[in-house]
Structure formats: C-alpha cells, structure tokens
Design a protein around this ligand. Structure first.
Ligand code: TNX
Length: 563
C-alpha cells in the first residue's frame, strides 16, 4: 500500500503535517477508503494526512476518556450518537480521575482533551486529531474546539455512524477510522446560516435538524429571521398580539405559527450544545407589516393594515413621525429587551434592509432609534448593509453585506461605514451565498414543484457558491475587517422541511468551507478548477453522511455521488 494523502497539486508530502498547518499551508483532505466508504472532511482542514498505518477500530470495549473543562459534555454528545448507531456501550470516563487510554483486543479508546496549548496557535475553535491502531486523540484549547474535532471524527467514521438505531449492524470493514493526523482551525469566527421562518414558519424540530446538519460542517451561527411582513414568529409578552394576530399568516396562505419562549429556549439550548450561537433577527423598520397589522398605534394613520401573504418587499415601515415616537420607542425597547433576555449570544440582528417606503431622513431617524434600543440591551447590533447609511450606529455594529460579488449601488460605502464606525462585516453576497436562489439545472424539488428565486444574477450552481473570496468583494474589507460569512435561506418559495434542506444542501457546504478553510494561495484567493474537483469528491463523501442522516439534498451534476 502507498501513503494515501491527497494534496493540492502534486507536491510531495512534508513529513510533518502539523508543522505545515502551523505555517498555514493548505493540505487537502481526501482520505482513503474506509470500509465501503470514501471519507473526506468538509470543510477542508488546515492540514490532514492519512499515513499508511493501521486504522482505529471502535468496538464494544471502546471508552471515551474525557479531560479538561467541558470535555465530558462534548464526549457525551458524541457517545450518545455513536451508541445509537453502533449499539456499543461507549462509556465516558473522567481522564482526570486517573483513567488512562487502553487498547483492547483490536479496539481502542478515544481521548477527548481540553487543555491550553493544544490547538494550532491556540485558536479558539482549533483542534488536533490523531487516529490510529492505538486510539483516537482529539485535543483543543476549548470545548468548542474539541466539539469541532469530533465533527471531523464523525466524517472520518463510516456514514452509518449517523444512524439512530443499531439495527443495521456493523458496516463493511467495521467502525473504523483511517489512520489520520489532522491539525485544524477556522479562517473566520462567524460561520453562519440564516433561516427565514417568517415567510414560511418551520417548527422547532425542523430547526433542530438543520442545526445538526450545520454542526457536521462546523457552522457556528444560526441567524433566525424571526419577523417579516408575512409573520411575526416569536412570543413577546408585552405585545401579545404580535403573535396573536401577527403570526397567523405566511406566504401564499400556507398557515401561520410562532415559537413560544420555551420553544425558542429549546432551540438555543440545542444549538449551544453544538457550540452554535443563535442570532435572532427582528427586521426593522421595514418588513414590519405583521407587527403593523397587530397594533394600529404603530401606524402613522392609526389604522392596522390587513395581514400580508404576498412576496413583495419594501412597502411597510414603522412610523417615524413625532406623534408616534413614544409608542414606537416603547415597542422598540420592549421587543429588543425580551429577545435579548432569551439570547445568550452576543448579537442582536435588527434588519434595516429594503425600507423603500420611507424617506432617507425618516429611515436614518428610525435606524438611530432602533440601534439605540438594541445597544441598550447590552448586545452588539447586526444590520443588513443598508444600515451603514447611518453615521450614528452604536459602536461596533456589524454589517451584513447582501449585494453581489461585484457590488452594486451604495453597497460599498454602506458596508465600509460599519468598519469606519468600529464594526466588522459578515459577507453574504446574494449571487453566491443565497441558498434560496434556483439551482442551475432547475430541478423539481422533493415535493414536485420548482423552488427558488433568480433575482440574484440568475440561478446559482455549486461551483459558483464555492468560487469566490469574501476578502475580495468590498475594497478595504479584508480578513481583518471580516467577522465571517453567512448563507441565508429565504423561504418565499419554500414550504416544507425537505424543500429547505434541498435548497441548502449541498451549496451550504461550499459556504461552510469558504468560512472555515484557509484562503487559497492563488493571487485572487478564489478556488480553481482543480480545487473544485477535489472539493466535489469530499462533497460526495459527506453526501453519504447526509443520506444516513436523512437529509434531503440535491444531487447536483458534477459531484461523484455514491449510489
Ligand atoms: C432580499 S436580502 C431580501 C429578502 C428576500 C430575499 C429573497 C435581504 C436583506 N432582503 O427580504 O426574502 O431577497 O431572495
């Protein structure tokens, strides 16, 4: 057998992969076959080597030895899933209590370690993973880093590890992990997905399933677009009609829905166990027909509009007039406070997009008041890039860019404005990162209908989602000014969980890799054709995990999907 390490180009392997990682070299990661499965990690680790050596074999005697702050909880979550798939006992034992790794009859233990100085450069979410005949060791500086490492381990195991019952028995070749040496850390701190639960409502279970699939590819933020013209989806005690009236509709009359505070806490907790932060968005001052229909006093004319079930944007707004200032400011203070109280994460997204029915003067006045209400909760405000028109943003406000890879209109100065005011930027160019754009081959969705929109430069292929550099979109906004990237999924055309997954997968894998993996060495920072082919191979490997997880995805052309 030869040493099976895939690497960018034909460069010979350096002996010390870990050293290469520290130097920032990108080592690609198509791992060897593992039983009947080809493995490969998405997003590509900073460095991964697969030496020609004995694999690790998980068996009925294997234990997880956890040590360091938070390691036991990460180990339990991993063990819970692996027990379900394998039927093994997989006890989690305390490494600090003197338990040491042992090898048993061909099987071996796993060490999950949180200890300072473990991750490459001490990176917050970084980790190292070693696998071989004598065990698996994942070590990180933080529990978050350890968790990210377990997601690489998940992908290196046979896809059947995703099953929830052990009925299928052992996969061909057993529960093995190829001998591997991985050193890894993310490029960006914020690697997000956004779900629009306002145009169509998605129940808690759908969101939890999305979180689980996000975790597999190391995404760490779920931005919930909780309010829009067609629905207000979060219980607010001080303004009960926001959901009493404002949650009854959705696009196309498909029925309403909302999250109670307990529902929302379930989402937050499930996400937190996976080191995913929930970013709630209240879209203000536009996109507010649902709120305006619930409370006449929020309207300048004092008349509540009818609930809205169409797909137009830009027609609604909170009232900027001084006669309504007291009630509008009380509304802003109440809703931001109640949402902030439910939100352990540092961010509150307050929208700011497409306020097309207000004058510039009124928009700037409302944005100033919205920002002040958000900042008063102690959270850092995030806004869509139009909010950058304001020079009175709370210090450190984050801008989310949603123009194109070739920016249009005022998107450049508006985005730069956030940095000028001490903030940073999240990149979501609509022509590459919007998961609600049609696929290029215009397929039928799982329920038979055509899905998606095409306003962002037409349909978006998996290649297009992968071939762009977040640091090359807006002049002056490079890696240091970027908080990260995010892939929004708007749901005007999407009514069911299977449709949501179909639009997101596999394109969300491209965004996850852009957010995590090192910037490619090319002059442009954009991945080339060779990179695409290599990426597609790993996407196919992850596809087998998605199959086992029961995720509905689009088998886009060009990817060597396994039947
Ligand atoms: C633009 S992007 C919107 C949303 C739509 C989406 C559809 C942004 C901040 N606003 O209101 O749902 O396009 O693709």
């Amino acid at each position: 057998m030869h040493r099976r390490t895939a690497r960018r180009g034909t460069a010979a392997l350096a002996a010390a992969a870990v050293a290469a990682a520290v130097l920032g070299a990108l080592t690609a990661c198509t791992a060897p076959e593992n039983g009947d499965a080809v493995t490969g990690i998405v997003p590509a680790p900073t460095s991964a080597e697969y030496p020609d050596a004995a694999p690790f074999r998980l068996d009925a005697s294997s234990r997880i030895v956890a040590s360091g702050a938070g390691a036991a909880a990460v180990a339990e979550l991993f063990a819970e899933q692996a027990r379900g798939a394998t039927g093994f006992e997989l006890p989690v034992v305390d490494g600090e209590g003197g338990a040491s790794l042992r090898q048993a009859q061909g099987g071996a233990d796993l060490a999950f370690v949180v200890a300072a100085g473990s991750a490459p450069d001490g990176a917050e979410e970084g980790y190292v993973l070693e696998a071989g005949g004598d065990g698996v060791r994942i070590a990180a500086d933080t529990a978050a880093g350890l968790f990210r490492g377990t997601q690489s381990l998940r992908q290196l195991l046979p896809p059947a590890i995703e099953r929830t019952d052990a009925a299928g028995g052992e996969p061909d070749g057993g529960w093995t992990v190829p001998a591997a040496s991985v050193a890894d850390a993310p490029r960006f701190a914020y690697r997000g997905a956004m779900l629009d639960v306002a145009r169509h409502f998605f129940p808690v279970e759908d969101v939890l399933a999305y979180l689980d699939a996000m975790a597999l590819v190391k995404l760490n933020v779920l931005h919930l677009h909780l309010t829009d013209d067609q629905g207000w989806r979060l219980q607010i005690d001080s303004w009960p009609e926001l959901t009493g009236i404002g949650a009854s509709t959705s696009v196309g009359g498909d029925g309403g829905g909302f999250y109670t505070k307990d529902d929302y806490r379930r989402i937050v907790d499930y996400a937190a166990a996976r080191f995913i932060t929930i970013v709630p968005e209240l879209d203000l001052p536009g996109h507010t027909n649902a709120a305006l229909s619930a409370y006449p006093e929020l309207n300048c004319d004092g008349v509540a509009p009818e609930p809205y079930e169409g797909t137009e944007v830009g027609f609604s707004s909170l009232c900027a007039s001084p006669e309504r200032a007291a009630v509008t400011d009380r509304f802003l203070a109440d809703v931001t406070r109640e949402v902030a109280e439910l939100t352990p994460g540092p961010w509150l997204h307050l929208g700011g997009d497409e306020s097309l029915s207000t004058s510039t003067e009124d928009y700037l006045d409302l944005v100033r008041r919205i920002g002040a209400a958000g900042a008063a909760t102690g959270k850092t405000v995030i806004g869509w890039h139009e909010m950058g028109a304001s020079r009175e943003l709370p210090p450190g406000t984050i801008g989310q860019y949603w123009s194109f890879v070739e920016p249009e209109g005022d998107a450049v100065p508006q985005t730069q404005s956030f940095v000028e005011q001490g903030g940073r930027v999240i990149m979501s160019p609509a022509d590459v990162a919007y998961l609600d754009m049609e696929y290029v081959d215009d397929p039928q969705g799982p329920l038979g209908g055509r899905l998606g929109l095409d306003w962002a430069k037409g349909p978006t292929s998996l290649d297009e989602a992968y071939k762009w550099d977040p640091a090359a979109v807006v002049p002056g906004i490079g890696d240091d000014e970027l908080l990260g990237v995010a892939a929004p999924l708007w749901t005007e055309t999407i009514r069911a969980h299977s449709e949501l997954e179909f639009m997101a997968f596999p394109r969300i894998l491209a965004i996850a890799e852009i957010g995590w993996s090192p910037r490619p060495a090319s002059d442009t920072g954009v991945r080339g054709d060779g990179d695409i082919a290599e990426f597609f191979g790993r996407v196919a490997a992850v596809g087998r995990h998605l199959d086992a997880l029961g995720v509905t995805y689009h088998r886009v052309r060009g990817v060597p999907w396994v039947e």
